[in-house]
Ligand binder design. Structure first.
Ligand SMILES: NC(=O)C1=CN([C@@H]2O[C@H](COP(=O)(O)OP(=O)(O)OC[C@H]3O[C@@H](n4cnc5c(N)ncnc54)[C@H](OP(=O)(O)O)[C@@H]3O)[C@@H](O)[C@H]2O)[C@@H](O)CC1
Ligand SMILES: Nc1ncnc2c1ncn2[C@@H]1O[C@H](COP(=O)(O)OP(=O)(O)O)[C@@H](O)[C@H]1O
Ligand SMILES: [K+]
Length: 504
C-alpha cells in the first residue's frame, strides 16, 4: 500500500524525528537525495553533470532551502547553477552554500528568468512545498507559468508549487513537473487530481520519517495488495459460494448499460449473475451473456417485485434503470434487501431525490462521477472537481455509505478509513458505458464477500488495468506513457478483465 499524508501530519512527524537529531539534518538528507536524483537525470540527458545547466527557482522558505543546498551539491560537481530568488528573503544557509560552491543567484526578473529556463537542462521548482497555501502570489505565479516553456526537465521539489500538498487542490498557476522528488513520505495531494496530474513521476527520498508517521490520509493499493484481497476459487467452491450477484439495471429505453454491467460481473468472476429487468434488456442480456439467469420484472406491481429472482449475495442497482416511478419501485425493492447494494447511475439520481432509500442496515456502495455527486450533496460540480478528497469524504460521512468517486483519479471513501486512490486507468476510459462495466465488476466482488471498501478499491484497480490492456490491444505495458494506446469501447474493458486478473 502506498500511503500518503497531509502537510500537518508530515510536520508533526518531522518534529518528533528532529527532537533526536542535530539541527539541519533533515534538510541535508533531503538536499542530498534531491541532488542525487538530479545528477542521475543529468547523466541521462547530457551524459554528465559537469558543464550542464541547472536553473533553481527558490522561494523564501525551507523548500527553497532544499533547492539551494541541492544546487550547491550540483555546482560542486561542475554544473553551472543559477538560482532565481523569488521571495523578499532567501534561505540563508542554502544561499551561502550555493555561492560558496560557485553557483550564482539573482532576484526575480521575468525576462532573465525566461532566458534561464530556455537554456537549462533541468529546472528545480523550489518555490513552495508543504508550507504553500492558496493561489501562488507574485512573482511565484509567473515563475510557475514560465516553467511551461522550459526547454529541459522540470523537477518539482517535494510538491509541484501551486498544488496544495494535503488535498491536491490547484487554485491558480501551478508547476507541471516531469518528476517530483518528495521527502519522507508521499503527500496526499500528489496522488489526487488535479494535483496528481501535475507531478509527473514521483520519487520518494527517505529521510527517516517512517517510524513517526500516523495513520495515512490516503492510501493507494498496489497490484500485490489487490491480489491479496481477491477471492480465488478452491476445491470447495461452487457457484453459490463464489457469490451470486443480482443486477437490476436497464429499461426499455436504455438497454446497453444493462449488457455492460452484466458483462463486468460475468468477466470479473461472479459465481452467477442474476439479471432482473423489463423484457427488452432481459432479451439483450440473454443474447450477449447466456450464462446470466434472467427474470422479467413487472414494476407496475411493486408488491413482491423481486420474489422470482432467487437469492443473491449482493445487488447492483441503477445503470440504465430510468428515474420514473417504476424505476423508483425497483430501487425501493432492491434497497430493502438485507445484502450489500451498489448504487450507480440512475440509481444515484433516485437516491438523490429520495434519501430515505438509503436508510438500511446492510452496506451500501455509491459510485458517482462528479456530476452525480453534485446532485447527491447539492454542491456545484466544479467545487467537487476542485476538492475531490474533501467531497468524497463528506459524502461517505453524510450518506453513511462507501463512496467511489469516478474521474481521472478514482477515490474510495469510507468513514474512519484512509481514502483509497486508484493508480491504474487511462484517459481512454472517458467514454460512455465504462462506468457500467465498473458497477458489474464491483458487484461481483461484493457478492464474493469483500467489504464495500475493498470491493470498490479492487474493482477500480482491475477496471483501470483492463482498460489499459484493452487500449494497448494486449498486455498492459509498464510506465505511465500513453503512447501505443488506442480508443476503447466499454465492452472491450469488460472483455479485458480476465487478462487483468491474470496479471495480478
Ligand atoms: N517537514 C519536513 O519533514 C521537511 C521539510 N523540508 C522542506 O521544507 C519544506 C517546507 O518548508 P516551509 O515550512 O518553510 O514552507 P515552504 O514550503 O518553503 O513554503 C513557505 C514559503 O512559501 C511562501 N509561500 C507560501 N504560500 C505562498 C503562496 N501562495 N504564494 C507565494 N508564496 C507562498 C512563504 O512566503 P511568506 O508567506 O513567508 O511570505 C514562504 O516563503 C518542505 O516542503 C520540504 O521541501 C525538508 O527540508 C526536510 C524535511
Ligand atoms: N480522464 C479520465 N482518466 C481516467 N479515467 C477516467 C477519466 N474520465 C473518466 N474516467 C473513468 O471512466 C469511467 C466513466 O464512468 P461513468 O462516468 O460512470 O461513465 P458511464 O456512465 O458512461 O458509464 C469511470 O471509471 C471513470 O473513473
Ligand atoms: K516545490
Amino acid at each position: 500500500m502506498r500511503t500518503a499524508y497531509t502537510s500537518d501530519q508530515i510536520r508533526t512527524a518531522e518534529t518528533a524525528l528532529m527532537a533526536g537529531l542535530p539541527e539541519g539534518t533533515l534538510m541535508s538528507r533531503a538536499a542530498a537525495g534531491l541532488a542525487m536524483v538530479c545528477a542521475n537525470l543529468l547523466q541521462g540527458v547530457r551524459g554528465r553533470v559537469y558543464g550542464s545547466h541547472v536553473a533553481l527557482l527558490a522561494g523564501g522558505g525551507d523548500n527553497g532551502g532544499d533547492t539551494l543546498y541541492a544546487g550547491a551539491r550540483l555546482a560542486s560537481r561542475g554544473a553551472r547553477v543559477e538560482a532565481v530568488l523569488a521571495g523578499s528573503r532567501a534561505h540563508e544557509g542554502g544561499l551561502a552554500a550555493l555561492l560558496a560552491a560557485g553557483g550564482r543567484a539573482r532576484p526575480f526578473d521575468a525576462a532573465r528568468a525566461g532566458d534561464l529556463l530556455a537554456r537549462a537542462d533541468i529546472v528545480l521548482d523550489g518555490l513552495v512545498g508543504i508550507g504553500g497555501g492558496g493561489a501562488l502570489r507574485e512573482p511565484y505565479g509567473t515563475l510557475a507559468e514560465l516553467t511551461a516553456g522550459a526547454a529541459g526537465l522540470v523537477v518539482a521539489v517535494d510538491v509541484p508549487s501551486g498544488v496544495d500538498a494535503s488535498s491536491g487542490r490547484v487554485e491558480g498557476p501551478a508547476v507541471r513537473a516531469h518528476l517530483t522528488v518528495t521527502f519522507g513520505a508521499y503527500k496526499a495531494g500528489l496522488l489526487v487530481d488535479p494535483g496528481a496530474s501535475h507531478t509527473g513521476s514521483v520519487e520518494l527520498v527517505d529521510i527517516g520519517l517512517g517510524p513517526h508517521l500516523p495513520d495515512p490520509e490516503v492510501a493507494a493499493p498496489t497490484g500485490d495488495d489487490v491480489a491479496g484481497l481477491l477471492p480465488r476459487p478452491g476445491a470447495e467452491s461452487d457457484k453459490y459460494r463464489r457469490g451470486v450477484v443480482g443486477i437490476a439495471a436497464g429499461s426499455d429505453t436504455y438497454t446497453g448499460a444493462a449488457v455492460l454491467s452484466a458483462g463486468g460481473a460475468v468477466r470479473a468472476g461472479a459465481g452467477m449473475v442474476r439479471f432482473a429487468s423489463t423484457a427488452e434488456p432481459v432479451r439483450l442480456v440473454r443474447a450477449r451473456w447466456p450464462e446470466a439467469v434472467t427474470t422479467v420484472l413487472d414494476p407496475s406491481a411493486p408488491e413482491g417485485l423481486l420474489d422470482e429472482v432467487g437469492r443473491v449475495q449482493a445487488w447492483v442497482l441503477g445503470p440504465g434503470l430510468g428515474t420514473g416511478p417504476e424505476a423508483h419501485a425497483v430501487a425501493r425493492a432492491v434497497l430493502a434487501a438485507d445484502v450489500p447494494v451498489l448504487v450507480d447511475a440512475d440509481g444515484l439520481t433516485l437516491v438523490a431525490k429520495d434519501r430515505t432509500l438509503l436508510r438500511r442496515a446492510a452496506p451500501t456502495v455509491l459510485t458517482p462521477h462528479a456530476g452525480e455527486l453534485s446532485r447527491l450533496l447539492g454542491v456545484p460540480r466544479e467545487r467537487i472537481e476542485a476538492a475531490r478528497l474533501d467531497h468524497v469524504r463528506r459524502a461517505a460521512a453524510e450518506l453513511g455509505a462507501t463512496v467511489l468517486l469516478k474521474g481521472s483519479t478514482t477515490l474510495v471513501a469510507e468513514e474512519h478509513r484512509p481514502v483509497r486512490v486508484n493508480t491504474t486507468g487511462t484517459p481512454w476510459l472517458a467514454t460512455g458505458g465504462t462506468g457500467d462495466v465498473l458497477s458489474g465488476i464491483t458487484g461481483a466482488l461484493l457478492a464474493a464477500g469483500l467489504s464495500g471498501y475493498d470491493a470498490a478499491s479492487c474493482a477500480a484497480y482491475i477496471h483501470g488495468l483492463a482498460a489499459r490492456i484493452a487500449a494497448r490491444g494486449g498486455a498492459a505495458g509498464g510506465g505511465d506513457g500513453r503512447r501505443g494506446e488506442a480508443p476503447i469501447a466499454a465492452l472491450d474493458v469488460a472483455e479485458a478483465v480476465p487478462e487483468a486478473l491474470r496479471m495480478l
